[in-house]
Design a protein around this ligand. Structure first.
Ligand code: 1HE
Length: 265
């Protein structure tokens, strides 16, 4: 599959391909270990704010030996406090566009998944890792702090105590321990993360669009809402989703023995 040019154009650090209704977005700045510079972050924001027509799920993956070395440190050295705030808020908007966009995102992880790279992975909806993956937050060592929403998302994913330890001491987790801690949902063999992510994305793309919308938008918000608001939101969303013609057709397919049963996979 050749890369597909998009409008607005992606920066050279990102490439897009299609596999049917699955979009594959690749970080392509392998020579800099996919360090995330401002054009890349703006490219992610533009892409996820308006995914290409016909794309119903996205795989985010990376070229080279590492998923991402995080923030491009060249951008930090001569930045004012005001510019630092603006830059962090730019990352927030970009990763929110991903997390609360219109398509679920499966991320394929290998090699370094550190700093802003881990923040990016945490904004995705499903994480698939290879044995080479390792996770770290070297911000403490670099004299900085997470700025891509990591202090919001990572404690929810793996707990404040682990994140505190990672930033304070520079502790890293290998793929196995990261998986046990809950960073990845799938741990696959070397070289298989992209194929697994594409397989999962095809499964997601086959869901009813309204179900995927409810899952991506309601589930995390319900998790953060007070109980009574959570129950109310759940009742409303589930009623809306199940009154959709696609839901009716799918339920009828099952009742009339045309749909697959739940199976171990
Ligand atoms: C970079 C970056 C970067 C590599 N910014 N240029 N992130 C970090 O503190 C991680 C820093 N990176 C590393 O620890 C290592 O590069 C890796 C473990 C990821 C990979 O090691 P290796 O031996 O494969 O590569 P390398 O030789 O260290 O790097 C290759 C090139 O990429 C080299 O440039 P070159 O011109 O000498 O070839 C590196 O300078 C460059 N490179 N990482 C800029 N991060 C929103 S706030 C988020 C806050 C953070 O993300 S803090 C964490 C920053």
């Amino acid at each position: 599959m050749p890369p597909e040019p998009l409008s607005p154009a992606l920066p050279p650090s990102l490439a897009f391909r299609r596999d049917g209704d699955v979009g594959i977005l690749e970080l392509t700045r392998a020579d800099k270990r996919n360090a995330l510079d401002t054009p890349t972050v703006l490219g992610l924001q533009a892409f996820f704010s308006a995914p290409p027509a016909g794309v119903r799920a996205v795989v985010l993956c990376a070229a080279g030996d590492h998923f991402s070395a995080g923030l491009d440190l060249n951008e930090v050295s001569d930045r004012s406090t005001t510019d630092g705030i603006a830059n962090s808020m730019l990352w927030h908007r970009a990763f929110e566009a991903l997390e609360y966009g219109s398509v679920p995102v499966v991320v394929a992880l290998h090699g370094a998944v550190v700093g802003g790279g881990l923040e990016l992975a945490a904004a995705c909806h499903v994480r698939v890792a290879e044995p080479s993956a390792f996770y770290g937050l070297p911000e403490g060592q670099r004299g900085i702090f997470v700025g891509g929403g990591g202090s919001v998302r990572l404690p929810r994913l793996i707990g404040t105590a682990r994140v505190m330890d990672m930033i304070l001491t520079g502790r890293t987790y290998d793929a196995k321990d990261g998986h046990a801690a809950g960073i990845s949902q799938y741990l696959v063999e070397a070289g298989e993360s992209r194929a697994k992510a594409v397989e999962l994305a095809h499964r997601i793309a086959a869901n009813a669009p309204l179900s995927n919308f409810a899952i991506v938008h309601a589930l995390p918000r319900i998790g953060e809402a007070p109980r009574e608001i959570g129950y109310l939101t759940e009742a409303l969303i589930s009623a809306i989703a199940s009154s959709d013609p696609q839901a009716r057709a799918r339920v009828n397919d099952f009742l009339e023995k045309r749909a697959a049963k739940v199976d171990v996979r």
